[in-house]
Design a protein around this ligand. Structure first.
Ligand code: AVJ
Ligand code: FE
Length: 434
């Protein structure tokens, strides 16, 4: 039984759904119809696919499964099933045109809000603590991040704007911190809206290690480039080396060299690479090679989570580095409030008990680990969210980026992708054995 009263849960669910839909609306009205239908990269769906897919998932899980309603448009289920059609194929499907996709998503939402009014938040795990509503809000926000990636890949004039983060206050702390060895509780069995792969809570014994207090910056990454990092096989795994050679990769995605300096394109604007920002748009192979060049390594997923959640005073695992309180703008750069990571040293209020900064928000952080189930994992509510991806092909990313909404980000949240992917908002920090 949930300790939170049903009215508070209803409010939270309504708020999370509304925030997600406002973001979706912004991302799908700031470009014209042709742009919405176009495929900006074979890695991505047309934006109009994401839009109707968001509505379709909501129809499947809230209307049909939770409320037992009749299907509104069963004939489109196949088109918006991510497993039936890979992204590259989606532009050739008979997609709902933008107006129809918008109307469909709005119609589903109207009915979902009716369901929200009448759902008792107890009884079944899908409705307990409003889980299905939290799951759907997180799903929409994940697609809002996906759509922002599409916007970044899109060429043409700027369509989105947001204020830049404040300059960072001077950082005077150590470059790395020692996380003491010993047991630590990883994952969660109590976070109400946690997804299946974050569960259950379990003990892990972690030997002492050092971890960077800050994410690796663009300036530090440039030093790796200038030192010939991309042409020195020693730093790369065999697969990583083959990959960068085959594809002629010599710098992070969206970077190019001009007049002796590194420039980058960001949402339609070209700028000099900001030296003190966390490096962004690197693949796992690049993160791993940089770490080896620096005489270090990527943290494992367990180390990352211990650095982010372990309170050495109480021995307890926190929800976030700063404690159990939900994120505010003082804690972290989340929610597409800014369209870039904040300079390193920002958000002192978001530091972990040991002083590790910016673990949440700014950039997704590659870890050394494959995406695997925790002991006692059970797929919920469907195998296609996590289970079908478990295995050595995917590496885990942690912490969320500036593009992630707080509803889809916490100390236990797990993301995963192929080690070659770098259109995502990915960076990293490094670690070493103690
Ligand atoms: C967790 C980001 C890897 O986008 O493939 C969206 C999230 N799952 N719809 C993805 C997701 C189903 C997922 N990631
Ligand atoms: Fe999806």
């Amino acid at each position: 039984r949930s300790p939170i009263d049903p009215e508070t849960l209803r409010e939270r669910a309504l708020d999370a759904l509304t925030t997600a839909r406002d973001r979706t609306a912004l991302l799908t009205t700031c470009v014209d119809e042709r742009d919405l239908m176009a495929q900006h990269s074979p890695l991505m769906s047309p934006l109009v696919w994401d839009l109707a897919h968001i509505g379709n998932q909501e129809e499947l899980w809230l209307l049909r499964t939770v409320a037992g309603r009749e299907a509104i448009r069963p004939e489109i289920d196949g088109i918006y099933d991510a497993f039936e059609h890979p992204r590259a194929e989606r532009p050739s499907l008979p997609l709902l045109p933008p107006d129809e996709a918008r109307r469909y998503a709005a119609e589903v939402r109207g009915r979902a809000l009716d369901v929200l009014e009448s759902t008792p938040f107890e009884g079944r795990r899908l409705t307990e603590a409003g889980f299905a509503f939290g799951m759907i809000a997180q799903h929409e926000q994940q697609h809002d991040e996906t759509m922002l990636i599409t916007h970044q890949l899109r060429t043409g004039p700027q369509a989105l704007t947001a204020p830049d983060p404040e300059p960072a206050p001077p950082y005077t702390g150590p470059t790395e911190v020692l996380v003491p060895g010993g047991p630590f509780t990883m994952g969660t069995s109590t976070e109400p809206w946690s997804l299946d792969n974050e569960r259950p809570a379990h003990q892990r014994l972690v030997p002492a290690f050092h971890i960077d207090a800050l994410p690796v910056t663009s300036a530090a990454y440039q030093a790796f480039i200038e030192d010939g990092g991309y042409s020195d096989e020693r730093w790369w795994t065999p697969q990583g080396w083959a990959h960068i050679r085959t594809h002629g990769i010599e710098a992070p995605l969206f970077w190019h060299r001009e007049g002796g300096q590194w420039l980058r394109r960001r949402f339609g604007v070209t700028e000099v690479v900001p030296p003190d920002e966390p490096v962004l748009h690197v693949c796992w192979y690049e993160a791993d090679a940089y770490a080896r060049w620096a005489g270090r390594r990527l943290p494992t997923e367990t180390e990352w989570e211990k650095a982010a959640r372990h309170d050495p005073v109480t021995g307890r695992s926190r929800r976030y580095p700063w404690g159990d309180a939900d994120p505010t703008p003082e804690h972290a750069n989340l929610g597409q409030r800014h369209l870039r990571p904040a300079p390193v040293g920002s958000y002192p209020a978001g530091a972990s008990p040991l002083g590790v900064r910016q673990l949440i928000g700014d950039v997704w952080e590659w870890t050394a680990s494959d995406f695997l189930p925790y002991p006692g994992f059970t797929a919920f509510p469907y195998k296609e969210y996590s289970e079908v991806f478990f295995g050595p092909e995917y590496k885990v990313l942690r912490g969320g980026s500036f593009a992630v909404d707080p509803v889809a980000c916490r100390g236990t949240f797990r993301n995963w992708d192929y080690p070659i992917r770098r259109q995502i908002f990915s960076g990293f920090r490094t670690a070493r054995d103690a």
